[in-house]
Every structure is written in C-alpha cells, then in structure tokens.
Design a protein around this ligand. Structure first.
Ligand code: PEP
Length: 243
C-alpha cells in the first residue's frame, strides 16, 4: 500500500479545512491511502467531514492519563477520530527535545491504544556530509525496537532528512533510493516483524515539481508532505504525480 500524508503542523490554509477537505474528497485516491494530520483541535471536525481521507494526530503523550497539563493521551486522539499518529518528527526531536527513549515510549503506548504509528527518522546535514547516514538511521531504528512492535498490524516509516524539511531543498530520488536500502537492512536486523512489510515514505520539501524524480525508481512507498500539503491543488498534484 502507498501513502500520501498531509502534515499541516500548526497551520491552517487560506482555503480553510472545509475547502481543503471538499477538494480532496473529489479525488479518487486509487491505490493510495490519503492521510490528513491537522492540528489537534480540528480532528473532530475533520472526522465528521472526511470522505476519502484517514486521520492522523501529529503527536501524542507517552502516558494513558494523568497530571500532564497541556498534553493529549493516545486514547483521546482515537476518540477524536485519529487512526494514525506521527511520532518522532524532527520538529518534536529538535524543538521539543524528544529523544529516542521518549519516542520509543510513545510508540509502545500508541500501539497498545490501537493507533497506527508513522515513525519519522532522518539525519541532519553533518551526518550526511560525514557519510554516517546508514549507521545513524540504524541507531534510530534500534532505539525504537519496542516489544509492542510485534503486535502492531501496521507501522509506517517516514524517512525525513532533517536538512530537507521545510527548506525547499529535497533529497534526489537516487539519494532516497540508496537510503531506503539502508533502512530496510536496519529494519531486518532490529524490527524483523516489519522488515519487509512496513511502507517507507519520503518527506522533505516534496512538491508537484519534484515528485516525478522521487517516484522514478519505484522504491518510495509514498510521501509525508508539510508545506505543499497546505494547498489542496498542490497536494492533489503530488497525488497525481504518484501514478
Ligand atoms: C514534514 O512536515 O514532515 C515535512 C516534510 O515538511 P515539508 O514538506 O514542508 O518539508
């Protein structure tokens, strides 16, 4: 199965959520699972308006309930209609200091709660320049090899090089294809249950202009899109580019 995920982060587009959702509802998803990750307060409305999209939360807390002011529990996200949850996004890692240990806890509780995790991994520029991408990604995968993985029917991996997120500088299709091989190898060592079946998406400045190059070698199972997903026309143009 291929995926196309819209991550709005903490943004709302000029066309509004209703406008965006009705434009996306007119599209035939074909063999692509369309996933929409709006900010938390919009999940309930999105759930009642949705037709062809599944919903994702952009984050969750690592506890089931308790004195965690400002946080949202995985079960509450399910109540709001979320089927997926994005975990380990580089903005959570870098701005909010989330480390692999915390992400592993979130992964466990998300699986226990029945949310399907979309786990983001990716290197920063210095790691790439030093030729350490494969070992760096393997460490991220190893650190999140929680026992609950064996009970998770569906896990999506999003390879998102940090230097490509929101920068307008995307990885080339050839570079992503090479990295996919490294990720599959690390999965077979540390996540054997999901090694051959977890879809691996690419994220990082994907636009209608670069989607052709990214899909050309056929190794990418879809995209996690930030900035370009805020415009339904661009989001749907990326979808059409996945043909
Ligand atoms: C993202 O939010 O995960 C992302 C890839 O953002 P952008 O497409 O804007 O680079």
């Amino acid at each position: 199965m291929r995926y196309l995920i819209a991550n709005w982060k903490m943004n709302l587009p000029p066309e509004g959520m209703e406008g965006w959702m009705s434009a996306v509802a007119r599209e035939d998803p074909r063999d692509v699972t369309l996933v929409f990750a709006p900010p938390f307060p919009f999940l309930r409305d999105a759930f009642s308006q949705r037709r062809s999209v599944s919903l994702a939360a952009q984050n969750c807390n690592d506890h089931a309930s308790g004195a965690y002011t400002g946080e949202v529990a995985p079960s509450m996200l399910r109540y709001c209609g979320a089927e997926y949850v994005i975990l380990g996004h580089s903005e959570r890692r870098n701005i909010y200091g989330e480390d692999d240990a915390l992400i592993a806890k979130k992964l466990s509780i998300a699986i226990e709660t029945g949310l399907k995790p979309i786990l983001c991994i990716g290197e920063n520029l210095s790691v790439r320049d030093e030729g350490r991408v494969a070992t760096f990604l393997e460490e991220q995968i190893k650190a999140t090899a929680v026992p609950e993985l064996e009970r998770a029917p569906e896990i999506v991996i999003a390879y998102e090089p940090v230097w490509a997120i929101g920068t307008g500088r995307n990885a080339s299709g050839a570079m992503v294809a090479e990295t996919m091989v490294d990720i599959r190898r690390a999965l077979s060592t540390h996540w054997p249950f999901h090694a051959s079946r977890a879809p691996i998406l690419y994220g990082g400045s994907v636009t209608p202009d670069n989607v052709d190059d990214l899909v050309a070698n056929g190794t990418i199972d879809g995209f996690l899109v930030g900035g370009a997903s805020l415009d339904s026309a661009k989001f749907l143009a990326i979808h059409r580019g996945m043909r």
